[in-house]
Design a protein around this ligand. Structure first.
Ligand code: AMP
Length: 405
């Protein structure tokens, strides 16, 4: 490593995990990355790998928490790597919800910690974990900037008619119940990359970004600004996902409570953990498994595949309304980047109404070159369609790196 190299530690605390990576914000090189899992449980453990080396895994001790995991990263994993520790110029923390308090990456101080605490109702599993990560991080790295990069920030430019729910006003004014969106860092990144790659004018470029992974969301982005998105108060709304239902008639919830006697918490678990691809296929939440099942003639997997594509195509179609004209559609995320069959089906559904034309050969190649990117539409297509691998760690590193002195 060059002695003047500058790196950012990217920290992503989930409810029972901490993902971490040391990323060079200029070239995206990852020197070390890893994950601590099963935190607060009996078998809390951590695994990591330095660039190009084999993975190491170790127990963290029963009940180890987020703070213990972050201490372990610094005191054990990085102990013999002083040059790497010295190269750190900032810590970037991924934060699931900043509600409507934050529309930009923000330097952490005590008031920002209080703001994240205020947003706990919108991300009850994640924001408390983020706070633990921030507090532990500030202790071990007191002399470099800690920067919060909010998943919700990119969506703060939505107009009120897009972010309000049609419920009595007081629930918005008193309780802040509204659409916040998620995956903002990814939507921001691929929208910018699409404009750059396709030679668009940033002040006149409309794009629909589809982030399709275990969680899935779609955004309408006009001249670099988000004007609508599919996730709502929480990441349960919108597209069908691995285990999440996406949008459903709210009456389903009352039906389950009133007629089957389920509690609100039980319904919450059903809609978040037992629905989506898993609920329909009765087999798996993994899109690879769904595709294999469909190819083998499994009817439930075929239905799950069809529903996923149909609902996505309808969402894409609906975003032609706020955008007026669409210059590009981008696919990203594990499913968006890798499933040429999903892309083919979705684009077939959009062909007649919107004049979108897919180049089948290019579309399939994007699978062959896994992690590949590039245009998959024909020159005749009414708008360009492209595959762009997302890289949330790199964006967090870049945004946090901008705060380094
Ligand atoms: P992510 O949450 O972005 O990591 O995406 C995870 C999802 O991507 C899972 O549903 C995977 O099954 C799906 N995925 C990954 N690779 C492929 C592939 N080659 N074909 C289809 N789906 C894939």
């Amino acid at each position: 490593m060059a002695s003047n190299e500058k790196n950012v530690l990217v920290v992503n605390c989930g409810s029972s995990s901490v993902k971490f990576a040391i990323v060079n914000p200029v070239d995206g090189k990852v020197s070390v990355s890893g994950i601590a899992e099963a935190l607060n449980l009996e078998d809390a453990r951590i695994s990591w790998a330095f660039d190009g080396q084999d993975k190491t895994e170790q127990s963290l001790g029963a009940g180890a928490d987020h703070a213990k995991a972050i201490d372990f990263v610094v005191e054990t994993i990085l102990a013999g790597h002083k040059e790497l520790l010295d190269s750190l110029v900032a810590v970037g923390h991924r934060i699931v919800s900043g509600g409507d308090l934050y529309s930009q990456p923000t330097l952490v101080d005590d008031s920002v910690e209080a703001g994240i605490e205020k947003c706990i109702p919108f991300a009850p599993l994640h924001n408390p974990a983020h706070l633990q990560g921030i507090r532990a991080g500030r202790k071990v790295f007191p002399n470099i900037p800690h920067v919060c990069v909010f998943d919700t920030a990119f969506h703060q430019t939505m107009p009120e008619h897009a972010f309000r729910f049609a419920i009595p006003e007081k629930y918005y004014t008193e309780n802040r119940i509204r659409r916040y969106g998620a995956h903002g860092t990814s939507h921001y990144y691929v929208a910018g990359e699409a404009c750059r790659e396709l030679g668009g004018d940033p002040d006149n470029f409309n794009v629909i970004t589809c982030h399709l992974g275990n969680g899935a969301s779609i955004s309408a982005v006009k001249n670099g600004k988000c004007i609508d998105t599919s996730m709502g108060l929480t990441p349960l709304d919108g597209l069908m996902m691995g285990t999440r239902s996406g949008s459903i008639d709210p009456s389903v919830i009352f039906f389950l409570c009133d007629n089957l006697g389920l509690t609100a918490q039980e319904v919450c678990k059903i809609l978040n953990k037992e629905s989506g691809l898993l609920g329909i296929s009765c087999k798996t939440s993994d899109f690879r498994g769904i595709t294999e099942g469909k190819l083998a003639g499994d009817e439930k997997c075929t239905l799950a595949f069809d529903m996923f594509c149909y609902r996505l195509a309808k969402f894409i179609g609906s975003y032609f309304v706020p955008l007026g004209h669409v210059d590009a559609i981008v696919f990203t995320g594990g499913i968006g980047e890798n499933s040429f069959r999903m892309r083919e089906r979705v684009l077939e559904l959009l062909a007649e109404p919107f004049g979108i034309r897919i180049d089948r050969e290019k579309n399939e190649k994007a699978l062959v070159y896994k992690g590949g990117r590039g245009l998959i539409s024909t020159p005749e297509s009414s708008c360009k369609v492209t595959v762009i691998p997302t890289n949330e760690e790199l964006i967090i590193a870049r945004l946090a790196g901008e705060f380094a002195k």
